[in-house]
Design a protein around this ligand. Sequence first.
Ligand SMILES: CC(C)(COP(=O)(O)OP(=O)(O)OC[C@H]1O[C@@H](n2cnc3c(N)ncnc32)[C@H](O)[C@@H]1OP(=O)(O)O)[C@@H](O)C(=O)NCCC(=O)NCCS
Length: 179
Amino acid sequence: MDSAAATVEVRQIRGPDEIDALGEVTLAAFSSLPADVLSDGYGDELRDVAGRAAAATVFVALVEGHVVGGVTYVPGPDNPLAEFTAAEEAGIRMLSVDPAAQGRGVGAALVAACLDAAAAAGKARVALHTTPWMTGAQRLYERLGFRRAPERDWHPTPAVPLLGYVLDLDGPTSAMPAG
Ligand SMILES: CC(C)(COP(=O)(O)OP(=O)(O)OC[C@H]1O[C@@H](n2cnc3c(N)ncnc32)[C@H](O)[C@@H]1OP(=O)(O)O)[C@@H](O)C(=O)NCCC(=O)NCCS
């Protein structure tokens, strides 16, 4: 794959081959972090793209037909994958880019697909959680307009602090002319 010139296609995931490929990419991306995130069954959860695609919307990034990344878009608080409670919010989970394809805008393109989906659904905000050791993800989110929301921080286990982030969207209401 010619990394410099390659164009990234982002769309909803299709078929078992892409689901399997994104499972491996997700595992590889999280394995590259400076923390043991794969213990306690979390590796199986990361690989379960089929489960996420059944419950929510999974976007995949392809370069020359190869899966290089993916993300789960959570459409509302009633979704089993939701980590937020407000009806006017959507969520982002499990953002992952193959370590070999990072640093070329693939992660930004995947987040943009989620923001587009949330805007199309008339959502007011997009929420997500990250961890202290996901420093690259934090830079990406802040560059795209997310802000820290410490009131949303929580610990799924004592060893895993989750840091809340939100982005306010300009919904159709606020874009409408006054009067
Ligand atoms: C976080 C993650 C998804 C980012 O993916 P990515 O494809 O590398 O993201 P981008 O390419 O959009 O941005 C990464 C960097 O590349 C830079 N970049 C983007 N396009 C570029 C280009 N064409 N040329 C040079 N640099 C570029 C960005 O400016 C950014 O720089 P920074 O590291 O100084 O902030 C990826 O690192 C990952 O999978 N990490 C492990 C899993 C994880 O932490 N997930 C987050 C869950 S909350």
